[in-house]
Design a protein around this ligand. Structure first.
Ligand code: EPZ
Length: 422
């Protein structure tokens, strides 16, 4: 297991290219299995979750070729013959549950392990299953596996997601595009990852109305063809580096290969802290203020403030002059990073789904433990501004969602090294 050794206190200066999005690529990989021919997906990040999903897709019999030095993934679904996603792989990466919609949607049968919980809570998939039942798919549970069965064509109908869910919207789209005569997903997720998936499916030949809205109407077609696309840039990686550029006086970052439109109200929130955010086509320049102003946020579904940036924002607020609050309305208990930041000297207090932060507090290097993807990157951000040296343990969490993190940070002046844990 690796850890990071970080010597804090360097302003970050220079250019960082933004990688392809993990959360946008995963639905496309599942959707490729609905085609009669090969799909090619470009701008796919070299991340552990992508490698895991490649193996999940190989298990069902598809040919997967990932030229990772070119970030290009080729998926040939023509020999799919084993309609099962095993626990051993699904437990490593929840989005493997997209195999349920893809396999039953294409082959009328699927046996997929339930994903189980995660570092910050139960994360149920009840809406995925209830939505499929509402569509006319037969769902049963057996020894921790979901078994889904469907006739060639099913009537469909409609289902309202409460709460709105990215994963359930993705799975219901995958299950319905070849199966449901007419199906309406109400209160559908509007996240850019979902919009990219809809556009991908339509380019394959699917019939979907209402793309980008919270009401998606799907009418089944008889077949879909493989296509070639370029995956969206990672808006969460982008937001993470924008925060890194704001946290330490004297920092100035140029972020390239971005899609600023996908950031919702995030740039305006960041500007309220006194940070200069200059958007120029697909490039964003961020310049740290001498004094960060405290700005409270509340996470929401898209286009609101993303839950995947709340830990990073709370970390930045430890360096703001004054008090602020961070409330997560999507995940109520996603605060496992707080005790670790307190170890570095932060003044934070969690009550229900809100953390209260008092700043500015000088941070001092210490050993801290990663618990999940976004929590661990917030520890890296804190260590970058802390005095002396920190070690961030269990960074395998980071490797799931940040491509070449230490190389990108070193290129802009950070003192960060990856070493093996003792
Ligand atoms: C996706 O997870 C992302 N993962 C998450 O990013 C992200 O935090 C989340 O969307 C919200 O934006 C991927 O795209 C792979 P949801 P997902 O279904 O689809 C409840 C990261 O850091 N819910 O939109 O699992 C659920 O408990 C990851 O990259 C049900 O109650 O999230 C939550 O409170 C972490 N029943 C809310 O809905 C269900 O059946 C939103 O979850 C499904 C969800």
């Amino acid at each position: 297991m690796d850890k990071f050794i970080i010597k804090g206190g360097n302003p970050l200066k220079g250019t960082i290219p933004i990688s392809g999005s993990k959360n946008a690529a995963l639905p496309l990989m599942a959707a490729s299995l609905l085609g009669d021919s090969t799909s090619i997906i470009k701008n796919v990040p070299r991340l552990k979750d992508i490698y895991t999903f490649n193996n999940v897709i190989r298990v069902v019999g598809a040919q997967v070729d990932f030229k990772d030095d070119e970030n290009t993934l080729t998926i040939d679904p023509s020999n799919v013959n084993h309609l099962e996603a095993p626990y051993d792989l699904v437990r490593k990466m929840r989005a493997s549950f997209y195999m349920l919609g893809a396999l039953v949607g294409k082959h009328g049968y699927a046996k997929v392990s339930l994903p189980g919980g995660c570092a910050w809570g139960p994360r149920p998939v009840d809406l995925h299953l209830k939505g499929m039942e509402a569509m006319g798919i037969d769902i049963s549970l057996e020894k921790g596996y979901v078994i889904a069965k469907a006739e060639d064509k099913i009537e469909g109908g409609s289902f309202k997601l409460e709460p709105s869910s990215v994963g359930a919207t993705v799975n219901l789209l995958l299950a319905s595009v070849l199966k449901a005569k007419k199906f309406i997903i109400k209160n559908a997720a509007k996240e850019p990852d979902v919009v990219q998936l809809c556009n991908f499916l339509v380019k394959m030949g699917a019939n979907i109305d209402g793309i980008g809205t919270d009401a998606l109407t799907i009418k089944a077609v008889n077949n879909l063809s493989g296509i070639e696309v370029s995956n969206d840039p990672d808006r969460i990686e982008l937001g993470t580096f924008m925060i890194a550029g704001a946290m330490f006086p004297g920092s100035e970052l140029t972020l390239t290969g971005c899609n600023p439109e996908q950031l919702g109200n995030f740039p305006d929130k960041l500007r309220k802290t006194g940070t200069s955010v200059d958007i120029n086509g697909t490039t964003i320049n961020v310049k740290a203020p001498d004094v960060l102003k405290p700005v409270s946020i509340k996470t929401e579904i898209y286009p609101g403030f993303p839950t995947d940036l709340q830990a990073q924002w709370a970390t930045m607020m430890t360096q703001a002059e004054g008090a602020s609050k961070v409330t997560d309305t999507v995940y109520f208990d996603r605060f496992s990073y707080v005790p670790e930041l307190v170890r570095l000297g932060a003044d934070m207090d969690v009550e229900k789904n809100t953390v209260s932060i008092s700043g500015k507090t000088p941070l001092t290097g210490a050993s801290v433990m990663s618990t999940d993807l976004r929590a661990s990157v917030s520890l890296v951000l804190a260590a970058l501004v802390a005095e002396n040296t920190s070690e961030v343990l269990r960074i395998y969490h980071l490797d799931r969602g940040y491509e070449s993190l230490e190389e990108k940070l070193t290129a802009v002046g950070a003192n960060i090294k990856r070493v093996e844990e003792d």
